[in-house]
Design a binder for this molecule. Structure first.
Ligand SMILES: [Ca+2]
Ligand SMILES: [Ca+2]
Length: 473
């Protein structure tokens, strides 16, 4: 019986077409709301360099409990025109970026999608600002069935204002709008999620990530990142790869005397990049924007770092975040907990930074002298497989290609935290992976296996494919 099923699965390999892993993920539609802090402006540089990966529906200024119009000192509000200023730098490198990807949006297209939202005070969401109305119109437009990934890089107040317009003007369409909406919040940076969005919209089951692990890419990175990835943020790497000789957009990247300063909001859009990791299918899968667990309804937060922690019942932000509790840890045991806590994000940071470096090169280099990511290819029918204990499944990613003709290296590994099977799975460093369902796997277990494909270019670029095995009786 096992032999017959094995043959059946191998036959599938032969008869089904290979599809590039990236091609299987749709092109995301995204809306950014931002409070314009220095780290938002750094995130925005990377965002513009990544804008060939998604359809930018809107870029909207918002306030937060940290920054609002009239805020003094550290709470001062950076004039909204910074968006146009950075799109202006982008315009200067746009012709060269097009040599590397025809999918970059034109500067005019981006400018037309920039609107000012609710910025007059912390948590102000009563005013129908131009930004709120623009977001509401996008959410109400059902001519495109793809989800909309709405990101709060600052407070949720402009998102709340947009949703309130929809509730007041089209209450009968709330469920339909909610079905297309995905939320990724960088903390709750005001009270509007708790005051309005949670009671009025959470019951519709909008997939919502409220992230704390983003903080390892924010100001505390020198304290909390492990030595494996820290060099990618230090002065020598940042200067050579990003800050020097990469044109006006990278020249304008806010940094700390040449080192990385902070990009706390970047994970919100890293989560949407089609890398092949399939993380948009579920916050539990894990990807460049981190990995999350369900805490209530369809709301997802970071995996618990310590056994005595409980998920917050109300607003989750700087006052009660786990990253802040762990930030000043000095005890080795607590430092180890902290490193594990941030691992869902930092485990990818070498790939993420190399991706950033390649895009910085695209600002100034010809296609032939820059690197471009590999295209991972795997039989589509074998991305989700059901199999019983003892059965053997084979995958073959050797059809993967590289646009530069680079040599590719392969690594298959078990992403244990993403599935329910916690046992050891021996990985391989070949394009083919033959996997026997372990004897100790239980019916219903899921096993997530990642195929990592890295090219031999400079900087080395990595894309992935994820296969998910469900154990059946
Ligand atoms: Ca921000
Ligand atoms: Ca390449």
């Amino acid at each position: 019986m096992i032999g017959l099923r094995f043959i059946g699965i191998v036959c599938l390999l032969v008869i089904c077409c290979c599809t590039s892993a990236r091609g299987m993920e749709d092109r995301p539609r995204i809306i950014v709301t931002t409070d314009g802090e220095a780290d938002d402006r750094a995130s925005f540089v990377r965002f513009l360099l990544t804008s060939n990966e998604f359809d930018v529906e809107a870029i909207v200024n918002s306030s937060s409990e940290f920054h609002w119009v009239g805020g003094k000192g550290w709470n001062a509000f950076h004039p909204v025109e910074w968006i146009a200023e950075y799109i202006g730098y982008y315009a200067q490198v746009y012709p060269n970026l097009l040599k590397h990807s025809k999918d970059y949006p034109s500067p005019d297209e981006l400018l037309a999608r920039w609107k000012v939202g609710n910025i007059s005070a912390v948590g102000e969401y009563a005013t129908r600002t131009e930004g709120a109305r623009f977001i509401a119109d996008i959410l109400l437009d059902n001519s495109d069935s793809r989800p909309i990934w709405l990101q709060a890089w600052g407070g949720c107040n402009t998102v709340a204002a947009a949703l309130k317009i929809i509730q007041e003007d089209h209450p009968e369409r709330m469920a339909e709008v909610a079905s297309r909406l995905r939320l990724y919040l960088i903390w709750e940076q005001d009270e509007t999620y708790q005051q309005y969005i949670r009671p009025q919209w959470e019951p519709y089951g909008i997939p919502t990530i409220i992230s704390d692990q983003f903080d390892c890419m924010a100001y505390i990175w020198p304290k909390v990142l492990p030595s494996e990835v820290k060099p990618y943020f230090e002065k020598a790497w940042m200067k050579a790869q990003i800050l020097e000789g990469h044109g006006p957009l990278c020249d304008a990247y806010p940094n700390k005397q040449g080192a990385f300063n902070a990009e706390g909001d970047t994970p919100a859009f890293l989560h949407t990049i089609p890398t092949g990791l399939r993380n948009r299918e579920s916050p539990a899968y894990g990807g460049w924007g981190g990995r999350y667990v369900r805490v209530r309804g369809n709301v997802w937060m970071d995996p618990l770092p310590l056994s005595d922690y409980v998920y917050p019942s109300g607003q989750w932000g700087i006052a009660n975040s786990w990253s802040k509790r762990l930030e000043h840890a000095t005890d080795t045991a607590e430092i180890n907990v902290r490193t594990r806590y941030f691992k869902p994000l930092w485990r990818w940071l070498d790939d993420i930074q190399n991706d950033f470096a390649a895009r910085a090169d695209w600002c100034v280099e010809e296609y032939e002298s820059a690197n471009h990511p590999p295209v991972v290819s795997l039989a589509q029918a074998l991305l989700d497989v059901s199999a019983g204990v003892g059965e053997v499944i084979e995958w073959d990613a050797s059809g993967s290609t590289d646009p530069d003709g680079d040599t590719l290296s392969f690594r298959w590994w078990h992403y244990a935290e993403a599935g329910s099977y916690a046992g050891h799975v021996e990985g391989v460093s070949t394009p083919k992976f033959s996997f026997r369902i372990p004897e100790d796997a239980r019916v219903g277990d899921t096993i997530h296996l990642i195929c990592e494909v890295r090219d031999s270019g400079t900087p080395a670029l990595t894309r992935y494919c994820r296969v998910i095995v469900t154990v059946v009786g």
